[in-house]
Design a binder for this molecule. Structure first.
Ligand SMILES: NC(=O)c1ccc[n+]([C@@H]2O[C@H](COP(=O)([O-])OP(=O)(O)OC[C@H]3O[C@@H](n4cnc5c(N)ncnc54)[C@H](O)[C@@H]3O)[C@@H](O)[C@H]2O)c1
Length: 375
């Protein structure tokens, strides 16, 4: 069967869905790998590296005869419509926001998988692209802040005097937040962090950071995720966090609640009260923002602090973001492969949960509702 890796055409996307190093895992399973010419260029993987690894490079009609199409961003509707009945796509696919893509997949009888929907169970850890890309984003956010901060991160004792370490506050200590904590610690900053989940306090401390205890009840939802809070609690939390924000040189926010807009954690006044030159990086800017006024891909001064809104932050480190993402896709694809054939088994809970369209139907109730199809 033919597995095709396409060029990413969306703005700011520099990742690629398969890296040369992993081509052999697919060919070794009896699959043919075809890479659209230039697909890996922005991630620094030349066509020749894919060829050396056993893939074929195609410049035209790349989707002809494709059985499986791998991409980072969802395949655009016009390309989805070119696929043959029963072909499969695997990519990020925020289905309720990408209704044109879902409609095109349904109408072409394409079996589409959304990597966001891979369940967070132990068996699926190696296929969990949300985790792999959050790791990259958490690391990168600290480097963005360190680069823009007009001060040192580490304590430095020199003949010319002692430079105190930067004070870094991380809000939201999930995958991205914990990686941000670890990275800021490695750079020598003094780090504090807050999260609403009970387990987070111990995880934060185990990385050598201080847990900011607001003495509020923890909020745990299902699957180890946070739960949405009342507006009254949210305001109380913002008020209690404000002095911690204002006393920090760097604030990195990563808070999210699945299926909801990002919670607002930091008001403008708290940023305005930060020391001149302080830096705030909001990794949740694309989903509404944790910091009042943050915009994805934009930065501006708030008081004398710099507020930076993240946009596709994993794509800023395309080599390793692609490497990890590709491993997630290969593991998911091989889960569905035997004897050189990719056949989804919907009795497997991973396959069942991650599939958006199959056989001309939309499998998710929420997406059917968003399409106005009802149940
Ligand atoms: N395979 C697995 O079992 C698996 C994989 C990944 C993550 N997880 C678990 O899920 C947890 C969260 O994962 P994630 O990082 O993808 O979550 P996420 O991206 O949905 O959220 C990021 C963090 O924001 C926090 N948050 C939400 N609202 C907040 C608020 N108002 N104030 C402060 N913090 C707030 C959440 O508790 C979470 O830790 C992880 O820490 C981990 O324990 C499990």
């Amino acid at each position: 069967m033919k597995v095709v890796v396409v060029n990413e055409i969306r703005e700011h996307e520099r990742r690629v869905a398969l890296v040369p190093e992993l081509v052999g895992r697919l060919t070794g399973a009896g699959l043919e790998v075809v890479v659209e010419s230039g697909a890996g260029r922005a991630a620094r993987f030349p066509d020749s590296a894919y060829e050396d690894a056993g893939a074929r490079i195609a410049s035209t009609d790349v989707l002809d005869g494709a059985d499986v199409v791998l991409s980072v961003q969802p395949l655009e509707p016009s390309r989805m419509a070119q696929l043959s009945n029963g072909a499969m796509t695997v990519s990020f696919l925020p289905a309720t926001q990408e209704l044109d893509v879902v409609r095109a997949a349904r109408d072409a009888s394409v079996t589409s998988f959304s990597v966001e929907l891979v369940p967070r169970i132990s068996r699926a850890q190696s296929m969990d692209a949300l985790t792999s890309q959050a790791l990259v984003a958490g690391y990168r956010a600290v480097l963005i802040a360190a680069e823009r901060l007009p001060r040192f991160f580490p304590l430095s004792m020199t003949a010319a005097g002692t430079v105190p370490p930067a004070e870094v506050l991380v809000l939201g200590a999930g995958v991205a937040g914990l990686q941000a904590i670890a990275t800021a610690r490695r750079l020598g900053a003094r780090v504090a962090a807050y999260d609403v989940r009970a387990a987070a306090a111990e995880e934060i401390r185990s990385l050598g950071a201080q847990f900011v205890d607001l003495e509020l009840p923890s909020l745990e939802g299902s699957g180890g995720y946070a739960r949405e809070m009342t507006e009254e609690r949210a305001q109380l939390q913002r008020d209690l966090l404000a002095p911690h924000v204002s006393a920090s040189d760097v604030v990195i926010t990563t808070a999210a609640v699945p299926g909801r807009a990002a919670p607002l954690l930091v008001e403008r006044a708290a940023v305005e009260a930060m020391r001149p030159g302080s830096v705030v990086v909001d990794l949740a800017a694309e989903s509404g923002g944790n910091v009042e006024g943050s915009q994805p891909g934009l930065e501006h001064e708030v008081g004398e602090a710099l507020l930076i809104g993240g946009r596709n932050v994993p794509s800023q480190l395309p080599v390793h973001a692609s490497r990890l993402y590709a491993a997630n896709l290969v593991n998911l694809l091989l889960l569905m492969t035997s004897d050189g054939k990719v056949t989804p088994d919907f009795d497997d809970e991973i396959v069942d949960a991650a599939c958006v369209t199959h056989d001309g139907t939309v499998r998710l109730e929420t997406v059917r509702e968003a399409l106005g199809e009802g149940s």
